[in-house]
Write a protein that binds this ligand. Structure first.
Ligand code: GLA
Length: 400
């Protein structure tokens, strides 16, 4: 009896220590997909202190903060040189990062930054190689809340140099580099979201949480056109089981409001990122966005799909030619349903017929159309007329 009790105690103690030695960062932050803004997709190298302040101001003025957009993320090109002590300084576009972080925090927002495990970032600026702990401490001293860590020159600087012609060894070096920065961030004691960026190499979704990642890019860089948006979306099919509270697949930042995207395309892009439980990081020029773009970004019903507490990423239920049907299970037993027309307009001569039976559902079913707020009734085989690249996004409170 005593032996089994002490064995039991030992087992509990082992479990306790095992749990507490796990990379616990993932438990602390990003319990729903991070929301905010990132400078890269629109401003790229033109980002500067004034632009970041203006973005923070616009997040507040536009109602985006109230809708959940919290992170103001500075991407590449803020980095200056290291001094003789190895301390990294900002370049002239960012006179004082601490003062800027204080400004962003004073708006009730959080601030993010960018680096690389290599010597150089993707845009050729100073990376963190050999200075990981020092950089993590620097970020924490500024009040940074989010780090995007982009592989970039780590490939030639370390992987190809230290393990030439040995891809498995190269991948181990890559994973170790991410784990190293996660550890350095954790050691600061500051909760910092850790975003991995390496285009999905080596099935990153399978190991990113184990090296402390809260989100990980699964694709190449997004562009503001539907080929790129659909391509990144398609690459998420089958990855739903890897996402959950604290750890998310990242099909890249939003292009809503960028390039020549039509309103239907912007709606589709935003809808699908919500279905995918993707981070919602706006990538447009916030101070100058049109009201109709703001309305897309702050649609509460669509954001609620993305931010659903269950954290279950949607999956592609079936494809019928150019039309795709995706579903996402929501907390409380509700279901989100997206019908996406990736091809030509479907007129009344050849509407799309929704097959509820292929989703395991039976009509009639009540649903809410999330882009116009109207209630509708779904029935087996019902015809849907859809214009090119548009989406029908529905919430079904009681699917059956
Ligand atoms: C890579 C990333 C982009 C951006 C740039 C910055 O291409 O994938 O999102 O961060 O680097 O140089």
């Amino acid at each position: 009896m005593r032996i089994s009790a002490s064995l039991h105690l030992a087992a509990v103690a082992t479990m306790f220590f095992a749990l507490h030695s796990l990379p616990s960062r993932a438990q602390d932050v990003a319990l729903t997909p991070p929301m905010g803004w990132n400078s890269w997709n629109y401003f790229a190298e033109k980002v500067d202190d004034q632009g970041v302040r203006a973005a923070a101001d616009a997040i507040v003025a536009s109602g985006m903060r109230e809708a959940g957009y919290i992170y103001v993320n500075i991407d590449d090109t803020w980095e200056g040189q290291r001094d003789s002590n190895g301390v990294l300084h900002t370049n002239s576009k960012f006179p004082d990062m601490k003062v800027l972080a204080d400004y962003v925090h004073s708006k009730g927002l959080k601030i993010g930054i960018y680096s690389s495990p290599g010597r150089r970032t993707c845009a050729g600026y100073e990376g963190s190689l050999g200075h990981e702990e020092q950089d993590a401490q620097l970020y924490a001293s500024w009040g940074i809340d989010y780090l995007k860590y982009d592989l970039c020159s780590f490939i030639p600087d370390v992987m190809e140099k230290q393990a030439p012609n040995d891809p498995p060894a190269q991948m181990r070096l890559m994973r170790a580099a991410y784990a190293k920065m996660a550890k350095a961030l954790k050691a600061t004691g500051r909760p910092i979201v850790f975003s991995l960026c390496q285009a999905g190499m080596d099935a990153v979704w399978e190991w990113a949480p184990s090296v402390g990642g809260n989100l990980w890019r699964t694709t190449a860089d997004i562009q503001p056109n539907m080929y790129s948006i659909y391509a990144n979306m398609s690459l998420q099919a089958g990855l739903d089981s890897y996402a959950g509270p604290g750890h998310w697949n990242d099909p890249d930042m939003l292009e809503v409001g960028n390039g020549e995207l039509t309103l239907a395309e912007n709606r589709s892009h935003f809808s699908m990122w919500a279905m995918l439980a993707a981070p919602l990081l706006a990538g447009n020029d916030l101070p100058h966005m049109k009201p109709e773009i703001r309305d897309i970004l702050i649609n509460r019903d669509v954001i609620a799909i993305d931010q659903d507490k269950l954290g279950k990423q949607g999956s592609r239920a079936y494809v019928d030619g150019e039309v795709e049907v995706w579903t996402r299970h929501l907390a409380g037993g509700a279901l989100a349903l997206a019908v996406l027309n990736t091809g030509d307009t479907r007129y009344s001569t050849h509407p799309f017929h929704l097959r509820l039976s292929r989703l395991g559902l039976h009509g009639p079913l009540k649903a809410k159309e999330l882009w116009n707020g109207k209630e509708m009734e779904l029935s087996e085989g019902m015809p849907l007329e859809m214009t090119i690249h548009d989406v029908l996004l529905l919430r079904i409170a009681e699917p059956r």
